[in-house]
Design a protein around this ligand. Structure first.
Ligand SMILES: Nc1ncnc2c1ncn2[C@@H]1O[C@H](COP(=O)(O)OP(=O)(O)OP(=O)(O)O)[C@@H](O)[C@H]1O
Length: 268
């Protein structure tokens, strides 16, 4: 058995909230991610999904429990981690080429090496010919492709993705999901992908982790035995997919209902 690449064991995160009280965002959360595994995390709005990612990224230390990457306790941002968020990190004042080259440059590559890597990844995400464009000259989907190239050019061992496609229209979103799967399949990277969208979680992942309503802890873990390579739009029409959806939704629904009862206005 290969040791997990990412391991949260009884991880708890508390934040001070006004009036001197404490808010528990994540409680006693245990989950593992194997090297090269694609794990989707779903849960009701505000349950603690992003906080869970921030524990793995080292942006937040746990208040209790352990968070390990590669067998080591996470004390700062671990090496080899790439991020992608809902609002992309594309710098508006830089061309596509300079945006993608900035990661390798920051990690010490020479200017020409960084540019060569950037040109390669810009082509791989389907943007060859757009190197000199600026972000405002691109569509939302194209900017996501730039963000994907920015993330992958650094060859991360771990990709932490927090609803990266949620601002896209449905068709562009499906395209980007296929692109992500295509690019990830050759990368060997482990992924934690946070999403509100159960369809998206099942279409992309090897494993779907259902979190409880706040404070987040793991409610259920579902293996997704769908064959790869996958075409997300075709996959959604299959009986196997609908069955998985029904099973996982059964688990998620009661948490969404609890969150609604607690008064969350915008739930899963
Ligand atoms: N830095 C912080 N300081 C104080 N409270 C925080 C902090 N970060 C998160 N929280 C609180 O922790 C809880 C969980 O937030 P988190 O963003 O992790 O949830 P989420 O499931 O990702 O939300 P969403 O579904 O809206 O994306 C929320 O009540 C939030 O207000």
């Amino acid at each position: 058995m290969v040791p997990p690449l990412i391991e949260l064991t009884g991880a708890t995160k508390r934040f001070p909230s006004g009036s001197g009280s404490v808010h528990t965002a994540v409680r006693d959360l245990t989950m593992t991610v194997q090297p090269g595994e694609f794990v989707a995390v779903v849960g009701p709005t505000g349950c603690g999904k992003s906080t869970t990612l921030s524990l793995v990224s080292g942006l937040q230390p746990p208040s209790a429990g352990r968070v390990r990457v590669n067998g080591e306790d996470v004390k700062s941002i671990p090496d080899g981690v790439g991020y992608m968020f809902q609002t992309d990190a594309v710098m508006p004042w830089r061309s596509v080429l300079d945006n993608v080259a900035s990661g390798p440059r920051f990690r010490g590559a020479s200017k020409s090496e960084a540019r060569a890597q950037a040109v390669d990844w810009i082509a791989r995400v389907g943007l060859a010919g757009f190197e000199k464009y600026y972000p405002h000259q691109l569509s939302g989907g194209m900017r996501k492709r730039v963000a994907l190239a920015q993330t992958l050019v650094t060859k991360p061992k771990i990709m932490l993705m927090d609803e990266p496609f949620s601002a896209l229209d449905v068709q562009t979103r499906a395209l980007m999901q296929d692109e992500l799967l295509r690019l990830w399949s050759g990368s060997g990277a482990a992924v934690i992908f946070v999403t509100h969208d159960l369809d998206e979680a099942i279409a992309l992942a090897d494993k779907v982790v259902v979190l409880t309503t706040s404070p987040a802890t793991v409610k259920d873990v579902f293996e997704i035995p769908l064959e790869r390579p996958r075409k997300v739009e075709d996959l959604r029409l299959t009986e196997e997919f609908r069955k998985l959806y029904a099973d996982i939704w059964e688990s998620l629904r009661s948490e969404v209902d609890k969150a609604r009862e607690k008064g969350a206005s915008n739930v899963a």
